[in-house]
Design a protein around this ligand. Structure first.
Ligand SMILES: Cc1ncc(COP(=O)(O)O)c(C=O)c1O
Length: 371
């Protein structure tokens, strides 16, 4: 090796070390900032970051990893646990004794909110909007609906298109008249308080990758009510990470989805008290994998959920993470991540919803006839 090359490499090493030290100190500053907010411990954190080598080999593309937010521990886990750590603490700080929230029939957010309320000794009222029109008994009664009720929540249905915020407001008025102190959590826990949970996840992931000597090129996940992506956008902006973040939409068209994420990311940064601008170009949503609509199965989702169950032993859900994965797999094939080496899929949970969709997965391999 020539002397010039050796010196250059030494400088490069120092630059890399310098960059790592800078990131570490930004992560530390962000942790200090987050510690100013009330928070109740609900999740098993940090969640693991694991390679998906059989899937990577099958796809013949970049190395794929999974950030296991399905393992947050609260009532079969999922992304809402991180948001609820901040939201439930805020509810407690305001002296609430009753939680009200809303979601679709198979809402994972509703299930985790019911579990958090149970753990903290609060009553919980859940309003479920019929967004799919399905009358399938499993969809209406099993999966998350069963678990909501198991956690002791009071569950009631509303028709598709109902003004769910108004419905929650009316219920809160009624509960106040009965002498209760209700606290309303918006759908998906997506407001600047809930999104702090994903600011924290951005910090956690960057620190975890640094500790493993891993350079993450891209992070992909399912995006819906937008709090998860908004928190990640805000967190990455605060630590000046250049990880390419992509949300795969499950409901709204792209422009609306990106606008929701952008607005909430900015509100989250100002709530956090961090004076950083979000670049509009850092907010990316791909909404090409929604199919017939929210909660309506697609062929790509079914194939993706089966593939991950068979290659990695992982359970994804039909409404969110399954469609997110479909997007990831298809976009890898289309060269969207060209030149990238390590891509992380954020597993936001939701496998409880699989039991609301038993007929969707046409599965061979079970000879049900008695011999
Ligand atoms: C399993 C799962 N993944 C992803 C999401 C989307 O997260 P967000 O609503 O924060 O965009 C949800 C929301 O309910 C979910 O339940």
């Amino acid at each position: 090796m020539g002397a010039d090359v050796a010196v250059a490499e030494q400088f490069e090493g120092q630059n890399e070390q310098g960059a790592t030290d800078l990131t570490k100190s930004r992560c530390k500053d962000l942790a200090i900032q987050l510690a100013k907010f009330p928070r109740v411990a609900l999740g098993h954190l940090p969640t693991p970051l694991e390679p998906m080598d059989r899937l990577s080999e099958r796809l013949g593309g970049p190395r794929l990893w999974v950030k296991r937010d399905d393992c947050t521990g609260l009532s079969s886990g999922g992304n809402k646990t991180r948001k609820l750590e901040f939201l439930m603490a805020d509810a407690q700080a305001q002296g609430a004794d009753t939680i009200i929230t809303q979601g679709a029939t198979q809402s994972n957010h509703a299930r985790q909110t019911a579990a958090a309320a149970a753990k903290l000794g609060m009553a919980c009222h859940i309003l479920l909007e019929d967004r799919t029109g399905s009358n399938d008994q499993s969809y209406i009664m099993s999966g998350n609906v069963l678990l909501d009720r198991l956690h002791g929540a009071t569950v009631s249905k509303r028709s598709g298109g109902a003004d769910m915020n108004a419905e929650m407001g009316a219920l809160a008025d009624q509960l106040r008249q009965d002498g209760k102190t209700p606290y309303i959590i918006p759908g998906g826990g997506s407001n600047p308080i809930g999104a702090l949970g994903y600011v924290n996840c951005a910090r956690e992931l960057v620190e975890q990758a640094n500790g493993m000597g891993l350079r993450i090129d891209a992070l992909v996940h399912a995006t819906g009510s937008s709090g998860t992506q908004a928190g990640l956008v805000a967190g990455f902006a605060a630590i000046q990470s250049d990880i390419h973040l992509l949300g795969v939409g499950v409901r709204a068209p792209q422009e609306k989805q990106e606008r929701m994420v952008y607005d909430l990311a900015q509100q989250t940064l100002s709530h956090l008290g961090v004076d950083v601008e979000v670049a509009r170009s850092d907010v990316r949503a791909n909404c090409d994998y929604i199919g017939g609509g929210y909660g309506i199965p697609t062929e790509g989702m079914v194939a993706a959920v089966k593939l991950l169950a068979e290659t990695e032993g992982l359970l994804f859900d039909p409404v969110y993470s399954g469609k997110g994965l479909d997007g990831l797999i298809d976009l890898i094939g289309k060269g969207h991540f060209e030149g990238m080496q390590n891509i992380v899929f954020l597993h936001t949970g939701g496998s409880a919803a699989l039991f609301g969709y038993p007929e969707t997965f046409d599965l061979p391999g079970y000879d049900a006839d008695e011999k």
